[in-house]
Design a binder for this molecule. Structure first.
Ligand SMILES: Cc1cc2nc3c(=O)[nH]c(=O)nc-3n(C[C@H](O)[C@H](O)[C@H](O)COP(=O)(O)O)c2cc1C
Length: 179
């Protein structure tokens, strides 16, 4: 009973992960925009695309949780930065802490998945934002560039797809573990 996969996705990569997870677990997936009563679910799996460190829709959605005592929470971010790099995941996690309560952060199992981008398809606002990030990245001396900065420069204005549905396996294992 009462399990849900919720996703926040602009361009579909997070939705793709959410739908694959839904197929593998049999849990219904829906956009955070369509969630009616989040408190009625005992297990909540939230997947959100990363936008300037923010997890799309997460803050807005999870702030409606009133009592998490008996709940199972799983959160997965989907971004361009390589989650195999600890510096990247530390950075993502530090930003996440500013978006959700310490109780939710401590209780949730957190995962990081890799998404993709097609610059020819993103909105003008997002293009402008990425151009600013790119210029800032270029201004960092080469020897000081983190993996995240280097990946940003390498993928700028390109179409890249790092979606790997097998990377959902640890999340599925966590879901199967009790409670
Ligand atoms: C404006 C903008 C900001 C982004 N900021 C980040 C970021 O802070 N960290 C990151 O890893 N990826 C970032 N990305 C890349 C997206 O997280 C990535 O494309 C993701 O797969 C998008 O998910 P979606 O297709 O479900 O919307 C950004 C992309 C755009 C367009």
């Amino acid at each position: 009973m009462s399990e849900i996969i919720i996703y926040g996705s602009f361009y579909g990569t997070t939705k793709k992960y959410a739908e694959a997870l839904s197929d593998k677990t049999g849990i219904k997936a829906c956009s955070y925009k369509d969630v009616k009563d989040i408190n009625s679910y005992r297990t909540i799996i939230y997947l959100g695309g990363l936008y300037a460190g923010g997890v799309e829709g997460m803050k807005k959605t999870l702030k409606n949780l009133t009592d998490i005592t008996n709940k199972k929470l799983i959160i997965a971010t989907v971004g361009l930065a390589d989650p195999a790099d600890k510096q990247n995941t530390d950075h993502i996690k530090s930003k996440m802490r500013t978006q959700i309560s310490p109780e939710i952060y401590e209780k949730a199992c957190i995962f990081h998945l890799r998404g993709g981008i097609d610059y020819s398809k993103i909105s003008l606002l997002h293009k402008t934002m990425m151009n600013m990030v790119y210029k800032k990245a270029l201004s960092v001396p080469e020897e000081e560039r983190t993996a995240e900065i280097r990946a940003m420069i390498e993928t700028y204005n390109k179409q890249v797809d790092f979606v790997d549905l097998n990377s959902l396996e640890p999340l599925i294992k966590c879901h199967l573990m009790s409670p």
